[in-house]
Design a protein around this ligand. Structure first.
Ligand SMILES: Nc1nc2c(ncn2[C@@H]2O[C@H](COP(=O)(O)OP(=O)(O)OP(=O)(O)O)[C@@H](O)[C@H]2O)c(=O)[nH]1
Ligand SMILES: [Mg+2]
Length: 149
């Protein structure tokens, strides 16, 4: 698939609790202005699949996420660096047969603890973890480069 810079980009599905920053990250990856827009349903546009946080927070809706992962090349699990817990249990990455990357969001917020969030994602099975901040741009280029490989 091609992104707005006309570069071939792997298809990425974003999963994580509500407010973890999935939609904001899709806006940044597409080069759009950031504006709050609560996700109400699974949105598949170009090479990005945005999902509502409630799907990751509810057991039976979580199965829909596992099925939707087959539409993507890469699954991105998001954890906000500002949250004192993670939704994702240990070794959850074996639930899908796609590459799963961890994305720590809000890494530059004053109360952020990106290392803690990265550790949770590691325990969940993510081998590659990106620490980003969609508002400051930290780590976004590294993620784009990875998706373009
Ligand atoms: N500082 C900072 N704020 C962020 C970041 N990502 C998202 N936010 C803010 O967090 C809030 C929620 O972001 P969304 O992208 O809507 O979260 P979401 O995961 O799509 O939420 P749902 O659609 O409810 O699942 C917004 O006010 C964003 O501006 C980030 O990397 N850094
Ligand atoms: Mg959203």
């Amino acid at each position: 698939m091609r992104n707005n810079q006309n570069i071939v980009m792997k298809k990425l599905i974003l999963m994580g609790r509500s407010e973890s920053g999935k939609t904001t990250l899709t806006q940044v990856l597409r080069g759009e202005d950031i504006s709050y827009d609560k996700t109400q349903y699974i949105k598949f546009e170009n090479c990005l699949i945005d999902t509502p946080g409630e799907y990751a927070q509810t057991q039976h809706l979580g199965r829909a996420l596992a099925l939707y992962s087959y539409e993507a090349d890469i699954v991105g699990l998001l954890v906000s660096a500002t949250e004192p817990y993670s939704l994702f249990p240990p070794n959850i990455t074996c639930m899908v047969n796609r590459e799963v990357i961890g994305i720590v969001t809000k890494s530059e917020q004053p109360d952020a603890n990106p290392e803690r969030a990265a550790n949770w994602l590691k325990i969940s099975g993510c081998k590659k973890i990106f620490k980003i901040d969609s508002l400051t741009g930290l780590g976004v280029n590294e993620l784009i480069t990875y998706l373009n490989q």
